[in-house]
Design a protein around this ligand. Structure first.
Ligand SMILES: [Zn+2]
Length: 132
């Protein structure tokens, strides 16, 4: 059997970014990669031991430690702040761009926030009602 290349897992990108590195920090163009969902499916299908034999261990550990943006935006951001990987300049520019967009659309931003707060409090009320 030919030696199988290890699968590296793609790091779930920040929602405003198109490209991403692998979980272990490599350029995906030069390595065999799978998505986070494919990784989860692979572990489910093959089991932990067998899937670990064909997966980069750094990617394995990192994919299990860090949430996606959809799961937990603050923790996904804290990963970016702590480890970056795209170079500090890009992340800093992104933060300036986000700030500028909010300033340009202040009312829309405030309305959207108010909408989110209403949604959250509705969800809480529903949860409380179900708990009773
Ligand atoms: Zn890797």
């Amino acid at each position: 059997m030919a030696s199988e290349a290890l699968d590296h897992v793609l790091r779930p990108p920040l929602p405003w970014r198109k490209e991403s590195l692998t979980e272990c920090g490599l350029d995906p163009a030069s390595f065999q990669t799978i998505t986070r969902d494919e990784f989860i499916a692979k572990v489910k299908d093959l089991g932990q031991k067998r899937s670990a034999m064909t997966t980069c261990m750094t990617c394995w550990d990192t994919a299990r430690r860090w949430p996606t943006w959809e799961q937990d935006p603050p923790r996904r951001l804290s990963r970016e702040v702590k480890w970056g990987g795209h170079g500090d300049d890009q992340f800093t520019r992104e933060l300036y761009a986000i700030t500028a967009l909010i300033e340009a659309h202040r009312e829309e931003f405030d309305d959207y926030l108010a909408g989110l707060e209403t949604t959250v409090s509705l969800q809480e009320r529903r949860r409380e009602r179900r708990a009773r």
